[in-house]
Ligand binder design. Structure first.
Ligand code: TEU
Ligand code: CA
Length: 560
């Protein structure tokens, strides 16, 4: 296993619209990021990943790109971006851009051109097809989009349908067209030559579609998915991007990969073999309390979560590298989800941080996660702004759910939970904007959960994240160690050990709101180990036993 900077790094994700408003218009922007660079650095992270900053009609909040080589005027200009890039680099922070090339916006010039006629040079940049049936009024196949009804939208003028796996305003690019791949490489070059350090590649595993776009198995929410979730040319295209561009710059890459398994991930991340991505974001640990595209809920089960982690940790060890995350802009807040955002807010937020950051992989931290931001309660479905939620509603209605029940579901699972403005202080508008009206609702709990108050409290969630990231950096066993689980069948405790070059670490995490008796696994004396971190003030223990308090987390270090 080779030691690499990206393996030792931690990454902070910024979803720009809600991070910090610097010019008072109520929308987060790059001036706000400039103000907060020191804060980001103070967390102990090594890189920033920006969710899309590009010009966009914002139908999917930037994941619908209208121009790949500029900055959205809501967020600033290329000049301000360069200031951010320099400011980050001066502080030793790398900058990773979101690269969304499975689709563009329907307002991208390429798409506007492609609509002009079959003979337009851009026509074949997208999947334009004639309809089926008499009059050609039936879509070319039965695929459903993941965000908005059928995957095909008809263009009256052209008399053809275009494919959109996501929203109607997100037409899929035809990656089989070599010109499109040249465009992608050109975009990569554009940012890398400016000094950007790499990319988070949005749904990159969807870019190759099965030849002939055949009908799919009629799944209620994602018909057709088997024909593009691991398309025939995926490895080939990723290899091309790697060899022609990324390699030259030694660029960092993390690919988003829905429905990925560790076995398949190795086809793309195995070191010394086909390493076409440094790591992948899989979704399996996020499907512990839900099924499929997230909107069908089920009860959280710790053994289910542990099984996923064990699988990825063991199967990738010494071969590939894990990307570790428990939140992002698509997921509800973790403390409201796998933790307890009421009586044990701080304890469970800290425990969840320990649980994933002490595993093998590169940890990603989503804005606001470091202060334990929680889900927001909405009173009406109309309060939601995310295009994906309309689709959930359609799916859930199909399953017979009432609107009341759907609202309850969305309050728990919607992506909008992650998209409320960052709570900087107890001041007006949570210190997010000096303007009158923030673009989106602020969680009313900002008076108690905010950065300013946590800065002052040495036991805050924020300061725990700092200590945890520092602890990880200082202990290579937490970065490069192997992973061995104990008490696999426990529904209350997640316990694992890591081993590396003469050191052993024991990580103990309780998912219980009650006190739980813990017996140290054979070979571990709790009084002999060095307590690296604990989410309570002290950690009383006899050699082999201790009473773990609600959501308690401890990490002990031993000489092997
Ligand atoms: O997400 C892809 C993806 O799989 C999600 O749409 C997921 O299915 C959904 O969020 C359910 O939780 C990426 C981006 O991260 C997301 O923000 C975009 O909306 C999407 O691609 C389309 O670009
Ligand atoms: Ca602004």
């Amino acid at each position: 296993m080779v030691n690499e900077w990206y393996k030792e790094a931690a990454v902070y994700q910024i979803w720009p619209r809600s991070f910090k408003d610097g010019n008072g218009d109520g929308i987060g922007d790059l001036w706000g990021v400039l103000e907060k660079l020191d804060y980001i650095k103070s967390l102990g992270v090594d890189a920033i990943w920006f969710s899309p900053l590009y010009p966009s009609p914002q139908a999917d909040f930037g994941y619908d790109i209208a121009d790949y080589r500029d900055i959205c005027s809501d967020y600033g200009t290329l000049e301000v971006f360069k200031q951010v890039l320099d400011g980050a680099h001066e502080r030793g922070l790398k900058v990773i851009m979101d690269l969304v090339v499975n689709h563009t916006s329907d307002e991208h010039e390429w798409f506007k051109e492609s609509k002009k006629g079959d003979d337009n040079p851009y026509h074949d940049y997208y999947f334009w097809r004639k309809g089926k049936g008499k009059n050609g009024k039936k879509p070319p196949n039965n695929w459903l989009s993941l965000f908005e009804g059928k995957a095909w939208e008809y263009d009256e003028n052209l008399g053809e349908y275009y494919l959109h796996l996501f929203a109607k305003k997100q037409p899929d690019l035809n990656m089989d067209n070599p010109k499109v791949r040249e465009e992608v490489k050109g975009i990569m070059e554009f940012w890398l030559s400016m000094g950007v350090d790499g990319f988070r590649e949005d749904v990159i595993t969807f870019i190759s579609k099965a030849e002939g776009l055949p009908d799919g198995f009629p799944l209620p929410a994602a018909t057709g998915i088997e024909h593009y979730r691991k398309g025939p040319h995926l490895l080939e295209y990723l290899t091309e991007f790697q060899n022609d561009v990324l390699k030259k710059y030694d660029a960092f890459t993390v690919g988003e990969a829905p429905m990925m398994t560790p076995e398949r991930a190795l086809e793309y991340v195995e070191e010394g073999k086909n390493q076409v991505l440094n790591m992948m974001f899989h979704f399996q640990h996020m499907n512990v309390d839900c099924i499929g595209m997230n909107c069908i809920r089920r009860k959280f089960k710790l053994t289910r979560l542990k099984k996923v982690y064990n699988d990825w940790q063991k199967k990738l060890y010494r071969k590939g590298w894990n990307a570790l995350y428990i939140e992002n802009h698509d997921q509800p807040r973790i403390v409201s989800r796998y933790g307890n955002d009421k009586e044990f807010h701080d304890e469970s937020a800290k425990m969840l941080a320990t649980m994933y950051i002490c595993q093998s992989g590169t940890p990603f931290i989503y804005q606001g996660q470091e202060i334990g931001m929680t889900n927001i309660h909405m009173d009406s479905l109309d309060d939601y702004v995310d295009v994906a939620i309309q689709n959930d509603c359609r799916t859930l209605r199909k399953f017979g759910f009432s609107d009341e029940k759907i609202l309850e579901t969305e309050n728990a699972i919607s992506r909008d939970n992650a998209r409320t403005p960052v709570q900087w202080s107890a001041k007006k508008n949570a210190g997010f904007t000096d303007g009158e009206t923030p673009w989106f609702k602020i969680n009313p709990n900002y008076k108690t959960i905010n950065v300013a108050s946590q800065e002052k409290d040495k036991n805050s969630v924020l300061n725990y994240y700092r200590k945890l990231l520092k602890t990880r950096k200082e202990n290579p066993v937490l970065i490069y160690g192997d992973f061995e689980e104990h008490y696999k069948s426990s529904e209350e405790l997640f316990v694992y050990e890591r081993n590396y070059e003469g050191k052993r670490a024991l990580v103990i995490c309780s998912f219980s709101p009650k006190t739980v008796t813990f017996r140290a696994p054979a070979g571990f004396d709790l009084t002999a180990g060095k307590l690296l971190i604990c989410n309570y003030k002290d950690a009383p223990a006899k050699p082999s036993i201790c009473a773990l308090r609600p959501y308690e987390a401890r990490v002990y270090l031993y000489n092997a």
